[in-house]
Design a protein around this ligand. Structure first.
Ligand SMILES: NC(=O)c1ccc[n+]([C@@H]2O[C@H](COP(=O)([O-])OP(=O)(O)OC[C@H]3O[C@@H](n4cnc5c(N)ncnc54)[C@H](OP(=O)(O)O)[C@@H]3O)[C@@H](O)[C@H]2O)c1
Length: 171
């Protein structure tokens, strides 16, 4: 199953200057709960953003990074330098080959904008945090076509809501 997980402002903004436009600890906690032990797939820019925040790839998850750069190395590290039991990293040259390699397991697509745009049509499920603000930024989530997606759960909080969508045609 392909599952997109994203925090999105009312104007669809998801990022600013390579970072999140907000700090919502409850959202980070939910992200951790949903993705720990799973495979997470991300674009090269989101990967570098995570390295900027954490100094390492997401721990206790299999990290898949998509880049067109052959022999991609981050900050002079070889890919193998990241390969540890806690946060293994695999690099793929495109989304299709990564999803094909993981077709028998759940893959959580964790951004950013470029990767969400290409994977939304392939997704089975969306875990969206709707952030109740008009954020300024430079990265946007694609429009969620409410004709194609049905809301299956919603948890409202004061300044954000956790919403789960399932793709209608996939039941
Ligand atoms: N709010 C949220 O939930 C959330 C979640 C994640 C990220 N974000 C934000 O989103 C922003 C980053 O998004 P972004 O769109 O700029 O970058 P991105 O999607 O994270 O990464 C884009 C890069 O991925 C690679 N790529 C994309 N499509 C590819 C394909 N089909 N084949 C091979 N490689 C491909 C390319 O890497 P190369 O250039 O190396 O070839 C491209 O430059 C940041 O501000 C981040 O904080 C927000």
């Amino acid at each position: 199953m392909v599952i997109l997980i994203a925090a999105i402002a009312e104007n669809n903004c998801i990022g600013r200057g390579g970072k999140l436009p907000w700090h919502i600890p409850e959202d980070l906690k939910r992200f951790k709960e949903l993705t720990t032990g799973k495979t997470v797939l991300m674009g090269r820019k989101t990967f570098e953003s995570i390295i900027g925040y954490l100094g390492k790839p997401l721990p206790n998850r299999k990290n898949i990074v998509i880049t067109r750069q052959p022999n991609y190395k981050y900050g002079g590290h070889s890919n193998l330098a990241f390969a540890g039991e806690e946060s293994p990293v695999e690099i793929y040259p495109n989304i299709e080959s990564a999803l094909e390699a993981r077709k028998n397991e759940d893959v959580f697509v964790i951004g950013g904008a470029e990767i969400y745009r290409q994977t939304l049509p392939l997704a089975d499920k969306l875990f969206i945090t709707e952030v109740q603000e008009q954020a300024e930024g430079d990265a946007y989530f694609p429009e969620i076509d409410k004709g194609a997606w049905k809301e299956v759960s919603r948890e409202n909080h004061k300044t954000f809501s956790f919403i789960e969508y399932a793709q209608k045609k996939k039941g």
